[in-house]
Design a protein around this ligand. Structure first.
Ligand code: C2E
Ligand code: CA
Ligand code: CA
Ligand code: CA
Length: 277
């Protein structure tokens, strides 16, 4: 049996894996999601390790499709990158983040610190990226200093020279720059030297293992020390337990994010829980 889709490119064959079928479905639905407002940002608190004071939040994308249900960003972001939709998705995220900052501010519930947004490596391929982001933020009436851009190591190393010039431009404009998933990429130390970073986010796999695996613990210790001596802020990701908090506090880690403090929440609930009137 053969069945062709609207675009005529899918021929059903018994060997076609469910995964391919799902990807094709997702890709065609994602464009609709953008058009129909099926995307939403959730917000997860970032706090000081010392006393849990709110210092900012990370915006995390959620997609609820009426047919496919909830789709994880770990699944649809790579797909958006592959299908050339990441530029549009990224623009939506930045615009929505600005609208939200503005909204909280005018409601007398301004977010302290910064709102972090995730930047896909593929967005850096667009030569207009920096200009467009700046323009968007300007038009939204938000100061770039309120926004923290999270980039991954592997992302900026695809084309280090071009990344550097883009990141320098954004840094000069006032955005703050974070290195996400630190420790999971390759040659991490070179990035710290070469790029105008403000913050590193230690990947949650190290925090997860730090109390059981001596190697993970050693990496956490070394990263905290390095961040301190380089004058970088450090955020430990994926903090889930009081024991981890105690250890991080003892080691002098400045900031943290994770389920222990708060899960990502829709804007309203985040404000209820974290933003005082
Ligand atoms: P990420 O940037 O490393 O985001 C952190 C992920 O860890 C989020 O998953 C968050 O919900 C989860 N998390 C936070 N605290 C904990 C914890 O204590 N324990 C555990 N186990 N997990 C925790 P999420 O929201 O599913 O996002 C997955 C990934 O999708 C993100 O990883 C990021 O790479 C990507 N992503 C999400 N939103 C966007 C976006 O707007 N743009 C782009 N380009 N990528 C995004
Ligand atoms: Ca992130
Ligand atoms: Ca991360
Ligand atoms: Ca990650």
């Amino acid at each position: 049996a053969a069945k062709s889709s609207r675009s005529g490119i899918e021929i059903y064959r018994p060997e076609m894996s469910e995964r391919l079928l799902r990807r094709a479905q997702l890709a065609s639905r994602l464009q609709h999601a953008l058009d129909e407002g099926a995307l939403e940002l959730y917000y997860q608190p970032q706090v000081t390790v010392a006393d849990g004071t709110l210092v900012g939040a990370e915006a995390l994308l959620r997609w609820h499709d009426p047919v496919l249900g909830q789709v994880s960003p770990d699944e649809f972001i790579p797909l958006a990158e592959h299908r050339g939709l990441i530029g549009a998705v990224g623009q939506w995220v930045a615009a929505q983040a600005c609208r939200q900052l503005h909204h909280w501010e005018s409601a007398g519930r301004a977010l302290p610190g910064q709102l972090a947004i995730n930047i896909s490596p593929r967005q850096l391929d667009d030569p207009q990226f920096a200009e467009q982001l700046l323009e968007l933020v300007r038009q939204a009436g938000v100061l770039p200093g309120k926004i923290d851009l999270e980039l991954t190591e592997s992302g900026i190393m695809i084309d280090p020279e071009s990344s550097l010039s883009i990141l320098q431009k954004l840094k000069d404009a006032g955005f703050s720059l974070s290195l996400d998933d630190f420790g999971m990429g390759y040659s991490s130390l070179a990035h710290l030297r070469g790029f105008p970073l403000d913050k590193i986010k230690l990947d949650r796999s190290f925090v997860l293992g730090m109390l059981e695996q001596p190697h993970d613990y050693a990496i956490v210790v070394a990263t905290i020390a390095m961040a301190q001596s380089l004058g970088l802020r450090m955020v430990a990701e994926g903090v889930e337990s009081a024991l981890q908090v105690d250890a991080l506090k003892r080691l002098g880690c400045s900031h943290a994010q994770g389920y222990f403090y708060g899960v990502p929440l829709p804007a309203e609930q985040f404000a209820e829980q974290w933003l005082n009137t």
